[in-house]
Design a binder for this molecule. Sequence first.
Ligand code: ATP
Ligand code: MG
Length: 423
Amino acid sequence: MAIITNAPKGTKDVTPGESYKWHYIEDTMREVCAEYGFREIRTPVFEHTELFLRGVGDSTDIVQKEMYTFTDKGNRSVTLKPEGTAGAVRAFIENKVYAEAQPTKMYYLYCPVFRYERPQAGRLREHHQFGVEVFGAPAATADAEIISLALRVFEKLGVRDLALNINSIGCQKCRPAYTERLKEYFRPHLSEMCEDCRRRFDMNPLRLLDCKVPHDAEIAAGAPAMFECLCEDCAAHFKTLQEMLTALGIEYKINPHIVRGLDYYTKTVFEIVSTHAGSQGTVCGGGRYDRLVEEIGGPAMAGVGFGMGMERLLLVMENQGVAVPEPSVCDLFFCTYGEEARAKAFEFCNVLRREGIKADIDHCGRSMKAQFKFADKLGAKFVAVIGGDELEAGVVKLRNMAKSTEETLPMGEFYERARQRKL
Ligand code: ATP
Ligand code: MG
């Protein structure tokens, strides 16, 4: 019966009492993106299913198990975005942004992402990502730039204890030979490995490297590392990235077990993980996808980007006790007695709001005492009392809530001072 007051499993509301935290991280992300020369892109919440089959890859867990796919009334198969990159690439191609001067540096904020997963802390069926994409920049400087951007966001927010793990998974030239070596290595162990690993062995053997099952992870620990098998081009790219990170004073660790879930990555892959949070500690993940634009039907053009889970970021901030400044809801509350006084106060509210003052008034027919209590609850810094006497005398009784002082002001003076924020 209560189903209509229960949100769907794995979704989360942001209530009016919490939204300031979101605004705070969103504002910070916008600021940092502007400093780095990134502009916002907005794309639809759903796309043609084929885009993700092609763009994310049929062998990925996302496509195999996690997509919200349905047939619309026009009999088209559509899918709610399971990640942000494919839509951004589609928009980049469709709007011919590739014809402009490159690179194109863009970001998306509060991008809803849908995955049919088993809900738990930090793992939702609808979550939101902040992400960036750089198109048309093959140089490793672009990889370093987006990593530096992500870390700057964390730094600006005051998030600590994060580790950057990087890896290179090569390209079309060097990966096939490596994949063969990997299969050779895993083949004798396969029968003792988990079902997922056995399934991925043929389709996506790289994923065997990041299996979370302890026994499988032990086996994977002895596997050959991709970065030892890179072609000249990929090796040079990886080396430059490391040099750039070092030059920027960014600490990193090479982790040969980071392969990322998506099929489209080439060369660089990276993750930023919280050294505290347990299994859902990956706050940011990204990498290079030099073949994706072409794969989706655009010109051959390099790409590199990341996605940052906003809910996970907030969780990490909460765990670390990072302070988020809470904006005031009300600067000045009017407590009134009688119809006429209320009308006068409402008029004041109206003009003061236009001056940028957060002015408010009771809408629930509260008694004078209850209005005061409510003003206090709102955190009003000042209360202006207008009752019958004040109205008659043309004055306002002004109370400074923090200091518990009171003064009586002629209405004209009250208005001027309120307007100039000199109460
Ligand atoms: P995980 O290994 O935790 O499943 P992922 O590799 O699937 O992560 P990406 O596809 O790279 O994650 O998504 C980028 C970021 O989005 C992740 O690093 C994480 O912060 C966040 N994220 C991914 N899936 C979820 C989810 N189900 N709920 C909340 N946040 C998520
Ligand atoms: Mg996942």
